[in-house]
Design a protein around this ligand. Structure first.
Ligand code: 4AD
Ligand code: MG
Length: 477
């Protein structure tokens, strides 16, 4: 069954060549014009059938959503908008589709409606464009790190440790939930469980990536991550993909440089490789923005935003400076923030991050040197004793896209920190070993892949940039 992809047909010039295409009907007009899409490109191929020559029974089956195989001659298009069209000489229905019950009609559907039809929504122009950009971005991620000499490592999905210490994990267990074996305290006895201990789905591959960085030098992970946080927001998923590079001999500034270079590079890649999809998404973004009240509209279009990020340096600001800016800001003085900024040490809320990025600096911002007690145990302590070498990258419209740090490489300081935070040191014996044998300064970060896809596609809700989203109360499909 060889056939040609519509993408390559549309790039060719009409030469009366014979060809066969297969795809799904987007629209069928005037009993004559089939707009066929095969997923290879945002564009449809116009296919012209001679309905007088077609069996009526066949004609009735050319409905939106049906799968067809068409053979014919590629000729110069009579209509405007495209160079070539297919004059069909043979038509077969590969899979019919009932026009009454097929949910994806040739009209605008709401994103909410399409979320309920996640198995079919990728047949729309918007979702197919988003998913092609997503694919191009993941290729660009690997390409970037491979060209920089990094090694790709696959860290475990099932783990016994909570890297982020936030306790937001999904348990992995084969114990009988109705009647688990109990220990002497009356709690489930995980010694009897599959792994002989309590295990969870990983929240981050960082700790294991550190072990590999301290042998291979520069490594990265790119895999699924799970968080049981009950956040019903447009930026949180229970299952998301994270990219975590980890580099030996890097300090925090080297880490920032790499993160900035990395993000810029993958965005440049899609600007070049996804031109048509991004043009479509840019127009879609503009239409969406125009439905919002003036004050809430983005000041830039989608392509403009991507180009801006690619061509401007990220602003680097310490947490302490950011608190000063926020404390003296208009919304804070006018009590417009839901969480007022009064004192040093508070965790920044998304309203604060958005103010810094979208109002004050108007560009991506790297915040660094956060208070130790709002960050994870593994971050390197600064000499002031109260801050750690953390960095978060904040993006317009997205908020936090990257979280990273220089790691605490000093055994005694790390042990102290683990004790302070009441973490089970025994569980981390191997991680502490890394500080016992050939410990070196090292750094890394994690980038939430879906947040990057959101930025690159202009989609407002993270549920619309992953094929089958998992969120609280939702694991359909
Ligand atoms: O800031 P986080 O929690 O950092 C870590 O997990 C570190 N271990 C990374 C490292 O240094 N290797 O998460 C990193 C990024 C966030 O900045 C955000 O982009 C994304 O992961 N993220 C989520 N994305 C979607 N849904 C969620 N629930 C997310 N939680 C974090
Ligand atoms: Mg974070």
């Amino acid at each position: 069954m060889n056939g040609k992809k519509i993408k390559s047909i549309l790039e060719s010039s009409p030469n009366d060549e014979k060809c066969t295409v297969r795809g799904w009907v987007r629209t069928f007009r005037a009993n004559r014009f089939i707009a066929l899409n095969d997923g290879s490109t945002i564009e449809n191929l116009q296919c012209v059938v001679d309905f007088e020559k077609l069996d009526e029974n066949l004609l009735k089956q050319i409905n939106t959503g049906a799968a067809l195989q068409l053979s014919g001659t590629l000729v110069e298009s009579q209509g405007s908008g495209q160079q070539v069209e297919l004059q069909v000489t043979e038509l077969s229905i590969l899979g019919s589709s009932d026009p009454e019950s097929y949910p994806i009609q040739p009209k605008k559907h709401s994103l909410e409606f399409l979320r309920e039809k996640a198995h079919l929504r990728v047949r729309t122009a918007t979702f197919s464009a988003v998913m092609r950009v997503r694919s191009a971005l993941s290729f660009a991620v690997h390409q970037f790190f491979q060209e920089e000499g990094f090694f790709y490592v696959n860290t475990p999905i099932i783990t016994g440790s909570d890297a982020e210490g936030a306790g937001e994990m999904f348990r992995v267990s084969t114990l009988n939930p109705k009647n688990p074996p109990l220990n002497k305290d009356g709690n489930p006895d995980f010694k009897e469980d599959f792994f002989g201990k309590e295990t969870n789905l990983t929240v981050s591959g960082q700790l294991e990536a550190e072990a590999y960085a301290l042998a291979l030098g520069d490594v990265y992970t790119f895999g699924p991550t799970f968080r049981a946080e009950n956040s019903n927001t447009t930026r949180h998923l229970a299952e998301f993909w994270m990219i975590e590079p980890e580099m030996a001999f890097y300090d925090l500034y080297d880490n920032m440089d790499l993160a900035e270079k990395f993000i810029t590079s993958v965005l440049k890649h899609v600007l070049i490789s996804c031109k048509k999809d991004l043009k479509f998404l840019d127009e879609r973004f503009n239409k969406e923005e125009n439905t919002k009240p003036q004050q809430q509209r983005s000041t830039m279009g989608l392509l403009e935003k991507i180009n801006f990020v690619v061509s401007n340096d990220f602003k680097r600001v310490s947490y302490t400076e950011a608190i000063d800016i926020l404390r003296n800001s208009k919304p804070n003085k006018k009590k417009k923030f839901q969480y007022p900024v009064n004192e040093w040490g508070i965790d920044l809320q998304s309203e604060h991050e958005r103010f810094l990025v979208e109002k004050h600096f108007n560009c991506p911002v790297i915040l660094f040197d956060y208070p130790a007690n709002i960050k994870a145990f593994y971050m390197r302590r600064n000499d002031d004793g109260k801050t750690v070498r953390a960095m978060d990258i904040l993006f317009p419209g997205i908020g936090e896209i990257v979280g990273g740090s220089q790691r605490e490489e000093r055994l005694e300081v790390l042990e102290e920190r683990i004790k302070e935070m009441d973490i089970d040191a025994e569980e981390l014996w191997w991680y502490l070993d890394l500080r016992r044998f050939g410990s070196v300064p090292h750094s890394g970060f994690g980038l939430g892949f879906e947040r990057l896809v959101q930025f690159a596609t202009g989609m407002g809700n993270i549920r619309d940039v992953i094929p089958f989203p998992r969120t609280p109360q939702n694991a359909a499909f």
